[in-house]
Design a protein around this ligand. Structure first.
Ligand SMILES: *Cc1c(COP(=O)(O)O)cnc(C)c1O
Length: 233
């Protein structure tokens, strides 16, 4: 078995285990394979194992992979920072955008979504750890922003996404994740069709599932360590 296939099995087991501990069904948690810096061939291996949702951070790199994998039925998620001049290509080529944190970007995505495609699935990114240099809207801005975005015609608001501050402190990790769950539950009352709480990465996926994540975004645990960091989109 390839190491990617083996990793895929292990990640699946970790998800099952965490769900069981939380008295949840494993089917309630969608695995998003984060494939930034990975080759189209590596994605293909994972697809053959049954993976369907893939997340990308860098536009040009992702467009190359999307073009190379048109024979597969992949759900493509954009999860990186978004500049205004990138919205058209994102609206044309992706199924989901999880990194929306301002109205201007959401409006452009809605306007530029090709009418022949279904509405674009959007998650609002929340800066849950209140980090000054981080993407995401502040938790206390989320409600107003979500109401605005939900009114756009070619957008379906699916939920919230967060990247909590990196820390080894398990209590801090758990606190941020629990805050996200509380915010999600509050906003869901006004937006009952929202079904996605996207949080949890390789290092905290099990805690995230215990705290209510419905989607975990996993790169390293599936593909191994990334050997280069791209800084250009
Ligand atoms: C890279 C990335 C991930 C995956 O991180 P790993 O630690 O490799 O699992 C998840 N979410 C976002 C937004 C990312 O940029």
């Amino acid at each position: 078995m390839s190491s990617i296939a083996e990793n895929f099995k292990n990640v699946g087991q970790q998800i099952n285990q965490a769900a069981q501990l939380a008295h949840r069904l494993p089917e309630e948690v969608t695995l998003l394979a984060v494939s930034k810096t990975r080759t189209a061939d590596e994605l293909r291996i994972l697809y053959q194992e049954g993976q369907r949702h893939f997340g990308e951070n860098y536009l040009q790199e992702s467009l190359d992979k999307i073009a190379a994998l048109t024979d597969l039925e992949i759900n493509w998620h954009f999860i990186g920072p978004i500049q205004s001049n990138k919205t058209r290509a994102i609206a044309e080529h992706f199924d989901w955008v999880q990194s929306v944190d301002r109205f201007k970007i959401a409006k452009r995505l809605s306007e530029q979504r090709p009418p022949a495609l279904p509405p674009l699935n959007i998650c609002l990114q929340i800066n849950i750890s209140l980090e000054t240099s981080k993407s995401g809207c502040l938790p206390n801005e989320a409600e107003a922003l979500l109401n605005q975005i939900a009114a756009l015609p070619h957008i379906t608001v699916r939920g919230l996404m967060a990247i909590p501050e990196a820390t080894d402190d398990v209590i801090k990790q758990r606190t941020s994740l629990a805050q996200m769950h509380a915010l999600f539950s509050t906003l869901q009352k006004q937006h009952p069709k929202m079904d996605t709480l996207s949080m949890g990465m390789s290092s905290d996926m099990q805690i995230a599932i215990q705290e209510g994540a419905t989607m975990v975004r996993i790169g390293t645990a599936l593909f191994g360590p990334r050997f280069y960091a791209k800084t250009l989109a």
